[in-house]
Write a protein that binds this ligand. Sequence first.
Ligand code: GDP
Ligand code: ZN
Length: 459
Amino acid sequence: MTNIFSDTIVALSTPPGAGAIAVLRLSGPAAIELTDGIFFGRRLSEQPSNTLHYGTLRNGEAILDEVVVGLFRAPHSYTREDVVEISTHGSDYIIREVLALLVRRGARLAEPGEFTKRAFLHGAFDLAQAEAVADLIAADSALQHRVALNQMRGGFSRELKDLRQQLIDFAALLELELDFGEEDVEFADRSGLLRLLTHVQTVVQRLLRSFELGNVIKNGVTTVIAGRPNAGKSTLLNALLNEERAIVSAIPGTTRDFIEDEVSLEGIKFRFVDTAGLRDTTDEVEAIGVQRTRQRVEQAAVVLYLFDLVTATPAEVAADTAALPVPSGATLLLLGNKLDEAKPETVAAFQQQFPDLVLLAAAPRTGLEELRQHLLATVRREGLDASSATIVTNLRHARSLEVAGEALVAVQHGLTSGAGTELVAADLRAALRALGEITGDISSDDLLGSIFTRFCIGK
Ligand code: GDP
Ligand code: ZN
């Protein structure tokens, strides 16, 4: 293949700091020759692709390290260029020396994400797949991993390319009509185009809806535990986290700082925030805590309002929950705690007024499984199945889908209102451009720059 890049880049591809092994990676036309200049074992330029070689790295006569070198010839490599991976012992000194040697001989230190950028520009994968590499590396839950892997392997891209292709076929016919100018010819079947648009819109809207879940999978669900002092908020958080992290005390008003932690339920991350108690207070420090609690509630996706079934009254619970600044779109769950000590008739009165009430006892840890199921239900939206459908996790992709969706609405509108071919074709082109930006079929230097500089060096 022809080389797009004439220079050869090098970087440490494993995290900095002392590990057992460090991997330095070179990519570019001189990768093999440069390594041959410092590696003594076999001449790499005479070896076949996809092979490993043991030998020593030398700076002149001085041996720097015993290493294993992996050889990948273009196009059988990550970047599709000649690539050499040198596994050294993970000493900062060795890494520095080897990098300096290679740079002195003509290699250039790679910019962030440059290996992946080269792979993209050589057509190894599209933009959405390249972005999934970063997501895969960052994945720390089973679901996040599965979604990123599917995207990296091209599942999402295939779906988009399929949609685009269908639209391109129609756009071509419209452009043809335009070429004929004044004459009143119609090559494109309008009702067929409308049917196609409805189908494409359905897919675009499903993908857009999936972003809500995708965001949850990637960033977790912010779940704020609110309630009056001593309701049992810290105890509940401990029970959920299954460890003694929050400070539990019998003195009301002691949780002044927020305690946060993540719990993964069936692959979905919930980020729990324990808050200071909600109540009118004259204590200044605590007043700030109450104020901050309200701010946290405003940012929550799920708010758990917890109350003490023994001491609270239905009127108090109704007043507190009405005053909570729960954002629209967020879910408020009412939790009655200390079921173990509550009188059955009190519980019945609460249940009558609040039919959706979840009953539990945080200290002896009963009712937690039901709570977990309620939490999971808040993220399971209609029509979305986390286990099968493509899920959009990237804000950039969601934005482009939105633009595409709006342009498609304009096309639909233009067709039904009898607008000129010129207008319809322009809107269709806008939709195609937006869809093409996701996979990078249409890209600009700015876009590529903003994507790849977010990668670390060495990727
Ligand atoms: P917070 O101020 O809302 O965070 O309340 P804490 O978690 O600090 O708990 C206040 C008190 O209630 C502690 O003494 C807990 O042991 C007690 N407590 C919490 N949950 C339960 C429960 O389910 N049953 C009973 N009997 N006591 C509980
Ligand atoms: Zn507390």
